[in-house]
Design a protein. Structure first.
Lengths: 291, 258
């Protein structure tokens, strides 16, 4: 398979987001953002939330895009799906990218659609050679349609699949090698998955191709337990970033230097000031590793 | 059946089914972990419906609404990743949902709320200023041949119940005190600027606006509206449309342009 976006430049530099902290843009905060112009590196939006024809969402995103760099984050492409990619959806993505010219586009290593049904969740993949081939084909198709490299986000998982023959980190490494896509390193997903599967988060990060990281995600999780009473962390984006995730983030920054970093909050969205305080903390940590 | 087909089917099944081929590294029952995905799918979609149908939820209470929405999710899962469009058939589902029959206007309230969501996200189009429309119309001797193009957000619905009054009563504290939901009422929904507005209109106005939307000239639209209702008031209906920026183009049959 020929890499469409072979490493002609470092994927870490290619997307063009500033090496600063950004926030997920919530509609609850549209007006306050425009009125107060908070000092942030960028905003990120879920692509699927802006695929309607018109109205207030486009109105406000257009005004905010005029002031800030933008990251477009897809949650519905189903890159790991058994079937072919939804061409209509890919065309909508291309149109959105044309309209807003985001500095980065990212999607997930997961599946979310089957047949005609969209399941509205990021579901786990079997890490085997058939899946690897399919995921790489899909990413090639995305990158050639969008005419830009994408970032692929490592998943948060709760289950393992018996069919898997590769470690998740080896799978991700091979996808990046074959397709030339970058890595969206979600440090919260690393922590959640490693606790859920009783792995060492630092070792997991060490096994990833960190030179390909183009963006970092930080978020909070919910805590549950499984049938054995063991900790089961749920990636619900409904809480502040956990201390353990901040510590892991510092380790990553110490390894690879400053990287555009998103604070994600999609549930129980607090006041903008609460999220800005988290972004300021990330910005401060980024400053510490700036050369 | 493929692995993902089995997985998808189990996610949407009513029971607590866990597909084969899954395990937990610590030996825990995979069903206790598959439940995370099941909850995410169901809660996420039920929450999306609760956001889109707030008055529908107020009318039956949160517990009833979430149970009803959960059954809808299983029967009609989304067919598109555009979650703002999810639930376009929810009103029809409610119509046939026997336990909700004690609130006979519930389905029509859901229909009205769906029109509001559609209007909110409808395409943008620059409206004509009211004085522009009035000046152009007043200059016409053959007013009946004029055709109007309406803003993409404009929609109407007719109901056997007082849908607008019931909906409006739930926009402020206080509720339904002096309201009789039993009289027929129709609704006009549109987006003026960034704001979605709801108006009570008569059956003649529904016909009139629908005919205009189909591209018919004013005279034909008025005739059809009067057939639908003797009480149709052209002046009042046009004033409503013009003053709320619902008209985007005037087609004056190639003689004069606005």
């Amino acid at each position: 398979m020929t890499p469409i976006f072979a490493h002609t430049s470092s994927p870490a530099q290619a997307p063009g987001l500033p090496d600063r902290a950004g926030l997920g843009l919530k509609h609850e905060h549209f007006i306050e953002v425009l009125e107060t112009s908070p000092d942030l590196g960028f905003f990120e939006v879920h692509a699927e939330n802006y695929m309607m024809a018109g109205g207030p969402f486009h109105h406000y995103l257009g005004l905010i895009r005029d002031q800030y760099p933008l990251s477009l984050h897809g949650v519905g492409l189903s890159i790991g799906g058994e079937g072919s990619l939804n061409r209509e959806h890919l065309a909508r993505l291309a149109a959105l990218i044309e309209r807003y010219q985001p500095q980065a586009f990212s999607e997930h290593l997961a599946w979310s659609s089957h047949g005609s049904v969209f399941l509205n969740d990021l579901l786990p993949l079997a890490y085997d050679s058939a899946t690897l081939h399919r995921v790489c084909e899909h990413i090639d198709q995305v990158q050639s349609t969008l005419k830009r490299p994408m970032l692929l986000e490592n998943p948060s998982t709760y289950l393992q699949l018996e069919r898997s023959t590769l470690a998740e980190t080896d799978f991700i490494t091979e996808v990046i090698r074959r397709t030339g896509c970058g890595l969206l390193l979600d440090v919260n997903n690393v922590y959640v998955s490693c606790i859920n599967h009783q792995r060492d988060p630092s070792a997991y990060i060490d096994a990833l191709p960190l030179q390909a990281v183009g963006e970092i995600h930080l978020a909070g999780f919910a805590e549950d337990s499984d049938s054995l009473g063991d900790r089961l962390l749920i990636d619900d984006h409904g809480a502040p970033v956990d201390n353990a995730v901040w510590q892991l983030y510092e380790q990553v920054l110490a390894r690879i230097g400053p990287i555009p970093t998103l604070i994600e909050r999609d549930n129980q969205v607090p006041a903008l000031s609460v999220l800005l305080a988290e972004a300021q903390h990330a910005d401060w940590l980024l400053t510490q590793v700036r050369p | 059946m493929s692995h993902q087909a089995t997985f998808a089917k189990a996610l949407l099944a009513p029971g607590q089914i866990c597909p084969d081929g899954l395990f937990s590294g610590n030996g825990a029952d995979p069903a206790s972990r598959f439940a995370v995905h099941r909850n995410t799918v169901h809660n996420g979609l039920i929450n999306a419906l609760a956001v889109a149908y707030p008055v529908t939820q107020l009318l039956v209470g949160e517990a009833f609404f979430r149970a009803m929405a959960g059954l809808y999710v299983q029967a009609c899962p989304p067919t598109s990743p555009l979650i703002s469009e999810y639930g376009s058939t929810f009103a029809d589902f409610i119509q046939g949902f026997e336990p909700a029959a004690s609130v006979p206007y519930l389905a029509d309230i859901a229909r009205l709320e769906r029109l509001r969501v559609r209007a909110y996200h409808a395409a943008d189009d620059r409206p004509l200023e009211p004085h522009t429309v009035l000046a152009a119309l007043q200059a016409r001797a053959d007013l009946g041949t004029v055709r109007l193009r309406l803003h993409p957000s404009v929609a109407t619905m007719a109901s056997a119940y007082a849908v607008v009054a019931v909906w409006a009563a739930h926009q402020t504290e206080g509720g339904l005190a002096a309201l009789d939901p039993g009289h027929a009422q129709s609704a006009l929904v549109l987006r003026q600027g960034l704001e979605v507005k709801v108006f009570a209109i008569d059956a003649g106005s529904v016909t009139f606006i629908q005919r205009l939307a189909q591209g018919e000239a004013l005279q034909t639209a008025v005739e059809r509206a009067l057939e639908a209702s003797n009480d149709f008031d052209l002046h009042q209906c046009l004033t409503l449309l013009i003053s709320h920026h619902a008209i985007t183009h005037l087609h004056l049959d190639s003689k004069v342009s606005p």
